[in-house]
Structure formats: structure tokens, C-alpha cells
Design a protein around this ligand. Sequence first.
Ligand SMILES: [Zn+2]
Length: 239
Amino acid sequence: MIPRARLWAAALLSALALALWAQVPPVDRLATRKPDLVALKAVDSTIRVDLRYASKDNFMGRAMYPAGAEALLNREAALALSRANAALKPKGYVLLVWDAYRPWSVTRAFWEATPPDKRQFVADPAKGSVHNRGCAVDVTLFDLHSGAEVEMPSGFDEMTERAYPHYSGGTPSARRNRDLLRATMEAQGFSVYPTEWWHFDYKGWNRYPVMDIPFSPEAHPAPGRLPVATPPPQPSPAP
Ligand SMILES: [Zn+2]
């Protein structure tokens, strides 16, 4: 028979481990590539950037990134995004980026603030988001002639079926814009997320680690600041 005190101690330790786990980014043993975050503006200054989480204009209603935060991506993804942007220019558009690299602690804050029935729209911090790996981008089209964002079937971070890339409602022009964005991104190695027309993962994202480094002016993480934790199961893509 196990003494009751020992059972209590085991339960307490389990609860403590769980609490600690929730505070630490997951580590993926298969993610062996060294992060190489670069500022998008240094790769392609014609890509427009409006980091919505650096302002109050997002579903959280408050700034989640520090003032002056820049759009960062791993170099490969940034170069692919630049190629997509170049392909759009003859058609009268450029890309407008709403989010790129996102620290893991921000992903955790999104999860905690989202009701359980809406959590298909946010990443589980136990797995991390592809944004945390510097390989996902939230992006729309910007019309060079009108000087404004194009019409899309839903707004950014709208948690409804209108956000689904296969949503068949809305206006024909909104669906055309969405499909042009998707085709252009897919041609450069990105894939769209099943519940968000604006979210794209770059191929090979699972080779890069989940990161919780802050935004830095140099846009380069110091290797010593990468998180260390017990490895979880292989994560699946999440927004
Ligand atoms: Zn996203």
C-alpha cells in the first residue's frame, strides 16, 4: 500500500511540473536548423508591413509586441516572400504583412485569452506555432492603384467560416483576390492554413525551433537565448 502522504506528494509534483511546462516553449528534437531571422524590410523594402500585434488593432485589443517591433522571418522564407511580392507587382499588387515571427509567450497569451470553442483559430502553446519558428506569415494583397488593401472574404483574425480559404460566400472579387494571394504564395513554397486564408507556412518549417526570443534591433537571435526544455511530441502546423 502506498502511504497517503506519498500520493499527495506525487500529485503535487505533477501539478508543479504541469505549471512549469506551461511556462516553457516546447523543444522539437527534429528542428536542427539554426534560426536565421532577418528583417523583412532588409530583404525587400517594397513589401508593406503593418504588424497588427504591435498596435491595439487586433483581436486581443492591446499591443502584444513592443513599439518598433519589426517583421522578422527566417532568411529562406523572407526570400520566398520577396519572390511572391515580385510576381504580384506586374498585376498591380504588393504584399501587406500583418504578422511574421511571433515570440512563443505571445502564442501562449493568445491561447489563454481564447474561448475553448474558438481554439481552432489559435495555436496550442504545447506545440507552438509556425510563427514561433519564424516560418509563417500573415499576409494580404495591397492594391498599388487604389493605395489600399484589397477586399477579402473576411477581416484579419476573424474567427468565422469566412476566414476559411475554401469559403464560397462573399463577393466574387473578394474570392478572386484571396485565390490570387494563395496561388502566388503556393508558387513560392508556402501553404495556406486550413482555417485562415491569410496564414501561410513556408516549407521545411519543422526544421526550425520554436523560439521565445524578444524582438531585437539587430533581428538576430543570440544562440544562448534559445529555450531549453524537455522535448514534446512532434508538433503539427498551427496558426
Ligand atoms: Zn498566422
